[in-house]
Write a protein that binds this ligand. Structure first.
Ligand code: ATR
Length: 273
């Protein structure tokens, strides 16, 4: 049977095996999908062994995405832009192809929630790996403006300069931000420490859409905060997780699984509904 897995550390709580097993059942594809948690300095070796032993493809998550970028034979244009690889496919001619489906997953999830990106003013919080992966797919939707704000302003400036050729992207400090924005995307890891990005409450209004790439069994700190300040449409990163997986599955199997039912089952599994 064709073998796939996700590499990460820690990876025990990954929902990818659950999601891909449901995709495989739904599309009647014969495959198995597991987990691998190599020591942080043993990822390269573990990856080689997996493919030497007949593995067909894998996902890569924290902290290995940047290293995976350097280990594949060929990069997709979107992986090149993201500077990170979250999906690897062994092609029929034996080439390890590195791809990145995170940004496409974000855009697909935003669209499935009815969020309009064309001509919109988007505020992206954070300038780390998650922000970098999102920029090209967001700019491809032709927003009127995309502003990056980051605690360390120089990192936002660097990112804006790097993606400037793809669209109207600028960097502003949190203090400089002036609304109204149509959509705010939180790509920071602030909620992992129970913190909030230092965003002025005045930027939140009833018609704004709020997206947090993080997720949990209950509202993230950022979503709770945005709701308190009047945001009516809030979304967490669970849908992005399922959509990036669907995109990876499509890269591997050439068939696109449906995501709605799988997202519902994942929510049930997590105790969200
Ligand atoms: P990831 O790959 O998930 O993006 P990362 O590359 O470590 O992770 O980036 C984390 C992002 O969250 C950074 O933009 C970071 O800001 P700095 O560049 O200033 O470090 C941001 N971040 C983390 N904790 C934060 C906090 N408490 N408030 C605001 N931003 C925070």
């Amino acid at each position: 049977m064709d073998r796939y897995l996700v590499f990460g550390h820690p990876v025990r709580h990954s929902k990818s095996p659950f999601i891909h097993t449901l995709f495989a059942r739904q599309t009647q594809q014969e495959l198995e999908y597991g987990l691998a948690e190599p020591a942080v300095d043993e990822f390269a070796q573990a990856l080689r062994i997996f493919f030497d032993q007949g593995g067909k493809g894998c996902n890569v998550t924290v902290p290995f995405k940047e290293q995976a970028f350097t280990l594949v034979d060929r990069l997709s244009p979107r992986a090149k832009r993201a500077g990170a690889v979250n999906t690897i496919k062994l092609t029929d001619d034996g080439v390890l192809l590195g791809d990145n489906t995170d940004g496409a997953g974000l855009v697909a999830d935003l669209k499935s929630h009815g969020v309009t990106l064309a001509d919109s003013r988007i505020l992206l919080l954070g300038a780390g790996g998650a922000a970098r992966g999102a920029l090209a797919p967001l700019l491809a939707e032709l927003p009127s403006e995309l502003v990056i704000a980051n605690r360390t302003h120089t990192k936002a400036q660097q990112l804006a300069a790097e993606f400037h050729d793809l669209g109207p992207v600028t960097a502003q400090t949190y203090e400089q931000l002036a609304g109204p924005f149509d959509l705010v995307i939180n790509s920071t890891s602030a909620s992992l420490q129970g913190e909030l990005p230092p965003l002025a409450p005045a930027l939140i209004h009833t018609d704004i859409a709020i997206y947090d790439m993080m997720y949990g069994a209950s509202d993230t700190a950022f979503i709770s905060w945005a709701k308190q300040h009047g945001a009516r449409q809030t979304m967490d990163g669970l849908g992005m997780l399922v959509e990036q997986a669907a995109e990876a599955f499509t890269v591997w199997r050439g068939i696109r699984p449906g995501t709605k039912q799988v997202l519902r089952e994942l929510k049930r599994n997590l105790g969200v509904i």
